[in-house]
Every structure is written in structure tokens, then in C-alpha cells.
Design a protein around this ligand. Structure first.
Ligand code: GAR
Length: 190
């Protein structure tokens, strides 16, 4: 699931295709027809579904449609790779322990949609990213993997975001692997 550029989505597709994780990305759901993730999916030949949240009556109804589209395709794990909508019990309940989110901060610090700017405003010297299982309260839930990055005095939101993205692309496939192992979907390597 993606709302933005889709670089995390693409990193996951590559991790599957180059054998880092024995999985396949079978569907990308986006909520905006113009988002970069959609063109990446077309280039990568991944099926897509556009579900515009503005055309749906409620968050629950949006989540019902999303869950149904994944269930139809026999999806085991769902990843919110830059999904900028609040999800409800409908989706969380359809994929218990199987719904992963990536967030651009070291949770529990800086939850919400402005995490990078908040980290800059707070003048922290370390920030990073967190891949976690999704619970009802936004940006909470059991942490799967985190990575830290330095925050430089010269950083803008763009430069810090770029540094965090590099780590997100590394930890998101690890988080998928970990969640799948925990569920017994994969053989553990350890
Ligand atoms: C990522 O930095 C992700 O952590 C963030 O959106 C970006 C998407 O980038 N997600 C959130 O802020 C969710 N609260 P991408 O579209 O290039 O993958």
C-alpha cells in the first residue's frame, strides 16, 4: 500500500526479485492516481489497484475494499509503504500480525505525518526509521526493525529524508522476512 513516491515499494519488489526474501509482491494499492508508486508498479509490471479515499464513504469502507482485494489474491502479508491514511480495525483485523508499517522516525518518538520536520525542530542528533506491526493507535505496535541515522546541523527535511529513505529500503525487507518467519510462513535461517 502506498500514497507517495513508492521508493519503499520498489525496494521491496527488488528484495523479492533478487532472492533476499522468498516472497512475491502481487498487488500495489494506492489512494492517488498521480502518485509515483503507481508508475513504478507499471514499470515493474506489478498489478495495481487505485482506491481513491475521497470516493469512499468512510475509513472502514476503504479498509474493507483494501482487505477484500488482498484476500482475493491470497495475500499473506500487507505492507504500508508510505501509506498516508489512518487504518482501522477492519484492515488490522483482516491481517492480524500481518500488517507492517514503515515510519520515518525512531518510534515511539515523532509519531504522525510530520515526523522528519518534528525531529529537526526538536534538534535531535539521531533519528531514523522503524518497521513495526500495526495497531489501532497511529504509529504504535510491536517493533520489528529500526535503523538510526545522524541528524546533521546542515540538514533540511529533504536531506534528512534522503538519509532515512536509504535505511528504510534496507530494513523494510528485513521486517517482512522477520514477520513472515514469526508467522511460520518461511523457514527461519537462524
Ligand atoms: C517513507 O519515508 C515512510 O517512512 C513514510 O512515507 C515515506 C514514503 O516514501 N511514511 C509515513 O510517514 C507514514 N506515517 P516512499 O513513497 O518513497 O516509499
Amino acid at each position: 500500500m502506498a500514497s507517495g513516491e513508492g521508493s519503499n515499494f520498489e525496494a521491496l519488489v527488488h528484495a523479492c526479485r533478487n532472492g533476499d526474501i522468498p516472497a512475491e509482491v502481487v498487488l500495489l494499492v494506492v489512494n492517488r492516481e498521480t502518485c509515483g508508486a503507481l508508475s513504478r508498479a507499471t514499470r515493474l509490471e506489478i498489478p495495481t489497484l487505485v482506491l481513491d479515499h475521497r470516493a469512499v464513504a468512510s475509513r472502514e469502507e476503504l479498509d474493507r475494499r483494501i482487505a477484500a482485494s488482498f484476500q482475493q489474491r491470497g495475500v499473506d502479508l500487507v505492507v504500508m509503504a508510505g501509506w498516508m491514511r489512518i487504518v482501522t480495525e477492519v484492515l488490522i483485523g483482516a491481517y492480524p500480525e500481518r500488517l507492517i508499517n514503515i515510519h520515518p522516525s525512531l518510534l515511539p518518538s515523532f509519531r504522525g505525518a510530520r515526523a522528519i520536520q518534528q525531529a529537526l525542530d526538536a534538534q535531535v542528533r539521531l533519528s531514523g526509521c522503524t518497521a513495526h506491526l500495526v495497531e489501532l493507535e497511529v504509529d504504535t505496535g510491536p517493533i520489528l526493525v529500526q535503523a538510526a541515522v545522524p541528524v546533521l546541523e546542515t540538514d533540511s527535511a529533504e536531506t534528512l529524508s534522503e538519509r532515512i529513505h536509504q535505511q528504510e529500503h534496507r530494513i523494510l525487507p528485513l521486517a517482512v522476512q522477520l514477520a513472515a518467519e514469526r508467522l511460520g510462513l518461511l523457514e527461519s535461517n537462524s
